[in-house]
Design a protein. Structure first.
Length: 237
């Protein structure tokens, strides 16, 4: 079985690669930053992954997972996100608490246990942060949406995913009411001043553009007709 360190590395590489342009190798500096280790430590581990046929590492260019490495990464990400969902639903842990606990548990949970948890939860498609949960075969459903920061004034939205899972940031979003499935409307978007204002019911929330970039939203609101989801053209009544 792969060691805890190997699992952490392939998972981290997969997550960074998923957020990068297709085909781009992941740099050692990105991995070092994510895992809080030195670049030299990363370089040594990448050579180990290459020898194990889990990754292809080219000095000064970066690393890419092989098919075997990608399969392993998807298994670990599946464990992690299902454990987060399990902790949230069965122990009512908040979304800012589940990540760290799942980090500790993901390496010890067997595939049999994870499959049972998946069935128990009704085969959920996303974790408490809206991240897609890989299926048992390693495939996953893409989350459709765009950053809240990209919406214009007057556009309605529903929160479908949060990219930054820092506990303090998640608690801040909870205080604002911007949790998963929350609906609202952009009142102002002023990128030149770095600020966005949205309304949730009668409540106005001000966010920095950097924070709004980390909140993924859909402009398709459940319960509204297709025409209601369309963005009105300028000057329309």
């Amino acid at each position: 079985m792969p060691s805890l360190t190997v699992e952490n590395y392939v998972k981290t590489i997969a997550l960074i690669a998923a957020a990068s342009p297709s085909g781009t190798a992941v740099g050692t500096g990105e991995i070092a930053h994510a895992l809080h280790v030195s670049p030299g430590t990363v370089t040594g581990m990448l050579r180990t992954l290459s020898e194990a046929s889990l990754a292809t590492y080219t000095p000064y260019e970066g690393v890419q997972l092989t098919e075997a490495g990608q399969r392993l990464a998807m298994k670990i990400i599946r464990r992690h996100r299902l454990l987060e969902r399990f902790l949230a639903e069965t122990l009512t842990m908040t979304w800012d608490e589940v990540h760290e606990e799942a980090e500790h548990m993901e390496h010890a949970a067997s595939e049999r246990l994870i499959d049972r948890i998946d069935a128990f939860l009704g085969y959920p498609s996303v974790d408490p942060h809206g991240d897609p949960i890989p299926r048992a075969d390693g495939s996953l459903v893409a989350i459709e949406g765009s950053p809240l920061a990209h919406l214009r004034a007057g556009e309605r939205f529903r929160v479908v995913r949060v990219i930054d899972q820092d506990p303090a940031f998640l608690r801040y979003l909870s205080e604002c009411g911007l949790e998963l499935d929350a609906t609202g409307e952009v009142a102002e978007n002023r990128p030149e001043s770095g600020a966005l204002v949205c309304t949730l019911g009668r409540r106005a929330i001000a966010l920095g553009i950097t924070a709004a970039e980390k909140v993924v939203v859909s402009t398709a609101i459940p319960g509204r007709t297709p025409s209601e989801n369309e963005i009105p053209s300028p000057g329309s009544s």
